[in-house]
Design a protein around this ligand. Structure first.
Ligand code: GAR
Length: 193
């Protein structure tokens, strides 16, 4: 049986798209479901385009019930991939999938992480900080925002004159290049591929 990935996303889902593309015709693994807290998230359309089922949950379902965990267990999910998912992962989900939930963050953690540091806020803070470089971090998820063990970081130089859009673009290029590969490597390491 193919190994099964669940993607959690709250917005556009360009990273989810790259992962769904990567595993579309993969021999050993597949994206089995996309989950979101946001009924208007474009990632739902993207999942639909790949004929991948999706599930929308609200705050009560996510934090006060085992419904999401049960859905993942029923689908025999092996790895949970957060791709622009903006809610903290609750304890019941962390306990059900120890070291099997990963996240991508658009900066070089531990700098520019934590509550409120997501999307453009991160890039704005990087610019305001006068940093010479930025990058991406792929890490395991724990009960705090952006604090789990780091799996991989990739960096780029911030050139004079780089604005928000340019920094965002450079980061996104790295995210799209590396996230699907890291997911694949992790599945292999977990001896599940
Ligand atoms: C990505 O840049 C991801 O690193 C960031 O949200 C974006 C989602 O883009 N995640 C965080 O900021 C988490 N703290 P996408 O929806 O196009 O994949």
């Amino acid at each position: 049986m193919k190994k099964r990935i669940a993607i959690f996303a709250s917005g556009s889902g360009s990273n989810a798209q790259k992962i769904m593309e990567h595993f579309k015709k993969h021999r050993d693994a597949e994206v089995a479901i996309v989950l979101t807290n946001n009924p208007d998230a474009y990632v739902l359309q993207r999942a639909d385009n790949f004929e991948i089922p999706s599930h929308i949950f609200d705050r009560n379902e996510f934090y006060n019930t085992d419904n999401v965990v049960n859905i993942l267990k029923n689908l025999q999910i092996d790895l949970i991939v957060l791709a622009g998912f903006m809610w903290l992962v609750p304890q019941n989900l962390l306990a059900a999938y120890p070291n099997k939930i990963i996240n991508i963050h658009p900066a070089l953690l531990p700098k520019f992480g934590g509550k409120g540091m997501y999307g453009d806020y991160v890039h704005k803070a990087v610019l305001a900080g006068g940093e010479e470089e930025s990058g991406i971090t792929i890490h395991f998820v724990n009960e705090h925002f952006d604090e789990g063990e780091i799996i991989q970081q990739s960096r780029f130089k911030i050139e004079k004159g780089d604005d928000l859009e340019m920094i965002k673009f450079k980061g996104q290029q790295l995210e799209h290049q590396y996230y699907p590969k890291v997911v694949e490597q992790l599945l292999k390491k977990m001896k599940t591929l």
